[in-house]
Design a protein around this ligand. Structure first.
Ligand code: ATP
Length: 310
């Protein structure tokens, strides 16, 4: 087994994600829904710094309300560090520091990014020397979105979203993100989707237990054409998220009025992702929304997954 790193700290950066396409199928017996999704990693990052320590500890910076992020074993980064230590037979600990930029409970996979970053950081700090495949396997045990945060780029996720296949994406896509002060709970949004589907009643077909991403989405990504991608953006959770937060519909309309090609709820929301034609278009949309007092961020994708910083 390799030796623990002699450097006092390892800094890893991992991206948040947007679901360019999110199809939600039926619920399996274990409670999970079948998914077919396309993730795109975007330039809004979580930074995780790992330092040698005898025990496990965690501090989180950059969140307005500290109560929203657990600091104990419920924190995905802490769970990642402990899972890696157990898998590697490492007997020491780690002092983790998370600098958050991805909104908490924003539907952008911030906690998953922290977990992926913690795996890579502890692997380097402890000299565990695990392969990418082994880290991927541990990531999948931590949560369905964690393997993608490790991988980055643009990828198709099936199963629970954790069976990943890279997707070809040419060029860059410019997005404006509208964040919300208050997060949305992912289980609540899935629960609302189930309730809405139940209300549709016996006339509706049962949602399938296995689904695919439409070819048009993959073609649009390959072409690098934002207008083509705008036409096929889709999120099965959107109706449920808008049912919980009806005000988000207006945010989408405001983004389109400001010049965005299209807007969708990102993942389980409440972050709204507005796809723009090019960087200048996105700057314009961001400026117009900010002038109206809205928290808007211009990001681009795809960007790489969790990686060690120099
Ligand atoms: P999901 O990945 O469930 O779709 P999300 O992307 O909307 O979630 P996250 O910011 O990842 O949102 O966190 C969802 C919840 O997970 C938080 O409300 C918090 O209670 C818990 N959590 C656990 N670990 C973390 C972490 N490292 N950062 C933020 N939240 C975390």
């Amino acid at each position: 087994m390799s030796m623990a790193s002699s450097s006092p700290r390892v800094h890893v950066r991992a991206p948040g994600k947007i679901n360019v396409y999110l199809g939600v199928g039926g619920r399996h017996d274990d409670g999970y829904h079948a998914l077919a999704t396309v993730f795109q990693a975007v330039s809004l990052y979580e930074d995780v710094i790992a330092r040698h320590a005898d025990d496990f500890s965690l501090v989180v910076r950059g969140v307005e309300d500290p109560d929203t992020v657990p600091l104990d074993d419920r924190n995905l980064a802490m769970r990642a560090a402990k899972l890696l230590a157990a898998a590697a037979g490492y007997e020491g600990g780690v002092a983790l520091e998370i600098r958050k930029s991805v909104p908490v409970a924003g539907g952008m996979g911030g906690g998953s990014a922290d977990a992926a970053a913690a795996l890579v950081a502890c692997d380097a700090l402890w000299g565990t020397g695990f392969s990418q495949a082994r880290l991927h396997e541990l990531a999948a045990r931590l949560g369905a979105d964690v393997p993608f945060a490790l991988h980055g780029g643009t990828a198709v996720g099936t199963g629970r979203g954790d069976q990943l296949n890279p997707a070809l994406a040419r060029g860059r896509f410019d997005w404006v993100l509208v964040t919300s002060e208050e997060g949305l709970s992912t289980p609540v949004v899935y629960g609302r989707l189930d309730a809405l589907r139940d209300e549709e009643g016996a006339l509706a077909d049962d949602p399938p237990l296995s689904l695919d991403v439409p070819v048009a989405v993959l073609q649009a990504l390959r072409s690098g054409d934002p207008e083509a991608l705008a036409e096929c953006l889709f999120n099965d959770l959107e109706a449920a998220a808008l049912d919980v937060r009806p005000d988000l519909e207006q945010t989408i309309l405001d983004g389109i009025r400001a010049g965005a090609l299209r807007g969708i709820v990102s993942g389980s929301g409440p972050t709204i992702a507005l796809l723009c034609a090019d960087p200048e278009g996105a700057q314009h949309v961001q400026a117009a929304l900010r002038e109206a007092g809205v928290d808007a961020l211009h990001v681009h994708g795809p960007v790489p997954g969790a990686r060690i910083m120099g």
